[in-house]
Design a protein around this ligand. Structure first.
Ligand code: CU
Length: 313
């Protein structure tokens, strides 16, 4: 049974996953038993009641109360079990424990941003403590996304102009993958994140140290790190390749043509505006798909990114 479970499902790493899996297996096994039973009966009966001679005539059959009640009541019982089990599991999944640690999630095409109570921000990395309920309050900056962690068996749509939420409690430290499961454009399949589950102690250390690296780091190095951390690299290469956005190589002080024909020099102000208000000017040849980083990147971090872009000649 364990082998079978491993073959069919990813590892179960949240407190609610076991119940979800048990129901899944119940439905699966019941369906297989019924499928086999019905198939065997069809084969047997078609052999047993086959036509034996030219004048073999099927007698008129009206109905059979016992048989009809049996084949109605058994499925009814099965369906009610699935309903009751499923409904109580659903209620558990929908009601977060009141002491849950809350993290805000923002879906943007095509990255996940996580805002913690302490003001920390992380992109495409969700850090959580183990053995403690975590509630995610989620919204989208643009189109529909969907937040899915297979290991936790939780999934919820992420909508613009409306909050949705989900909760989980990780049962072991380690990493799990987050997928976007609502088709949201070109790089939808790259809209991935990783959940890092820490011990309570390590989690607090992470909260204290994350984001503080900018103080003593070389700005160019810091900029390079931010470009990866904030997932700019999903759309911008540093080596000349054109992804869904223009490459950063050779960008500094070059002449950029906008879709409306305006020509702009890519100086500090242009890069800053591109990061904070990407839809004010759209570079020719590209779609207006860049999310705004206003509120997620501070001035020092933007300066560091500019310093890094300067080096990519
Ligand atoms: Cu998405």
């Amino acid at each position: 049974m364990n082998r079978l479970t491993e073959y069919m499902l990813p590892p179960a790493r949240s407190v609610t996953a076991e119940n979800t899996d048990a129901l899944f297996h119940f439905i699966n096994v019941t369906s297989i038993i019924l499928l086999l039973g019905i198939t065997v009966a069809i084969l047997l009966f078609s052999w047993k009641y086959r036509r034996r001679s030219e004048d073999d005539v099927t007698p008129v059959i009206s109905h059979n109360n016992k048989l009809e009640i049996t084949w109605s009541v058994i499925p009814l019982i099965l369906v009610m079990i699935v309903f009751g089990w499923g409904f109580s599991g659903y209620m558990d999944l929908r009601t977060a424990p009141s002491d849950a640690y809350e993290i805000k999630v923002i879906g943007k095409s095509w990255l996940w941003e996580f805002h913690y109570e302490t003001g920390n921000v992380s992109v495409n990395e969700l850090h959580v403590p183990v053995d403690r309920p975590v509630k995610l309050v989620m919204r989208s900056d643009d189109v529909l996304h969907s937040f899915y962690v297979p290991d936790y068996r939780v999934k919820m749509d992420v909508l613009p102009n409306r909050y949705t939420s989900l909760w989980f409690q990780a049962t072991e430290t380690g990493e799990s993958i987050v997928f976007c499961t609502e088709y949201c454009g070109t790089a939808h399949s790259n809209m991935l994140a990783t959940v890092f589950v820490h011990s309570q102690e390590d989690f607090e250390t992470w909260l204290e140290t994350a984001g503080s690296a900018d103080d003593d780091m070389d700005p160019v190095e810091r900029g390079e790190q931010l470009v990866t951390q904030y997932a700019c690299a999903t759309c911008h290469s540093s080596d000349g390749r054109s992804l869904s956005g223009p490459t950063f190589q050779g960008l500094w002080m070059s002449e950029r043509t906008m879709v409306d024909g305006e020509v702009v020099i890519a100086d500090e102000n242009y890069i800053r505006e591109s990061i904070l208000e990407p839809n004010v000017r759209i570079t020719e040849g590209y779609d207006p798909v860049m999310p705004s980083f206003a509120g997620s990147l501070n001035d020092r971090q933007i300066d560091a990114i500019i310093e890094y872009i300067k080096t990519l000649q």
